[in-house]
Write a protein of this length. Structure first.
Length: 277
């Protein structure tokens, strides 16, 4: 889990049904720069005194005395008296009203089973995807009941297995929206293939052929979204492909067969169908 006290990316474990990421040093430097830029944006966006109620502002002032950087994080009340949620992207923690104690860990309502911290992470994931997924490669009907976002690498074995079964997902009412995530980073063969796929005349066909081992070539275009997809994956703490993000923001690591995925979508009462997507 990502700590609210560190700039490290949120990192959940992944199953052996995922291809592990191994990005270049150049790529990680880019990620660090992006993280610094995000932190700067969040600091400048921190509410001014007049924009926040006195209760929250008092907590923020206490934080500023002890750890100034934390004072720029998003702050909101929780169901617990004198305990406030502190969040920055996927990182979520809790702080006491006097600003003295920081609690790192998940908050769960044992009476209802509600996973309060995970709900906040899901919201944050969907916010990250809102921009990145606006430019994606989709398979499935526009009126499919469910839309699942998948970070995919053309050269990942389990990504290829998933795509081999794309018809099975679609038949079960699951549309798949791909974001291109070449795990080896920029200036790699996988990155070149991802860009060429996006810049091709028929992205669906080119992606399908590429996952079958056909090299898509070196075509390029200036407005491709691959870098944006890479950044989104890092923000979500991606450590392997494929990585699925369900409509409610839940992350499923690795390859999951269509039947099992449909069961997960149908049996989760918090899952939102895609009637309003």
């Amino acid at each position: 889990m990502r700590s609210i006290l560190t700039p490290l990316l949120f990192a959940s474990g992944f199953f052996m049904t995922a291809c592990g990421a191994s990005e270049s040093t150049n790529q990680e430097a880019t990620a660090q720069d992006a993280g610094a830029s995000t932190a700067a944006t969040q600091e400048s966006a921190a509410p001014a005194s007049g924009e926040e109620n006195a209760e929250l502002q008092a907590v923020r002032d206490k934080l500023a005395e002890r750890i100034p950087d934390l004072a720029s994080s998003e702050l909101r009340p929780t169901p617990l008296e004198d305990i406030y949620e502190l969040s920055r992207g996927m990182a979520v923690g809790y702080v006491t009203a006097d600003g003295r104690y920081l609690i790192e860990g998940d908050l769960v309502d044992l009476a209802t089973g509600r996973q309060i911290t995970e709900e906040r992470r899901r919201e944050a994931r969907l916010e990250v995807l809102e921009d990145a997924a606006a430019r994606s490669i989709s398979f499935g009907a526009d009126d499919a009941e469910y839309l699942v976002t998948v970070f995919t690498d053309i050269d990942c074995g389990y990504c290829r297995k998933l795509h081999d079964e794309i018809g099975e997902y679609n038949e079960r009412g699951i549309a798949i929206r791909y974001l291109l995530y070449p795990r080896s980073g920029q200036n790699s063969v996988s990155y070149r293939k991802a860009v060429a796929t996006w810049c091709s005349e028929d992205r669906q066909q080119t992606l399908t052929e590429a996952k079958q081992g056909v090299d898509p070539g070196s075509k390029s275009c200036s407005d491709h979204p691959v870098d944006n997809h890479l950044l989104a994956g890092r923000k979500l703490g991606l450590r392997g492909t494929p990585m699925m993000v369900l409509p409610n923001g839940e992350v499923v690591q690795g390859y999951v067969p269509a039947d099992r995925l449909l069961t997960r979508l149908e049996t989760d009462p918090a899952q939102d169908p895609l009637a309003v997507r």
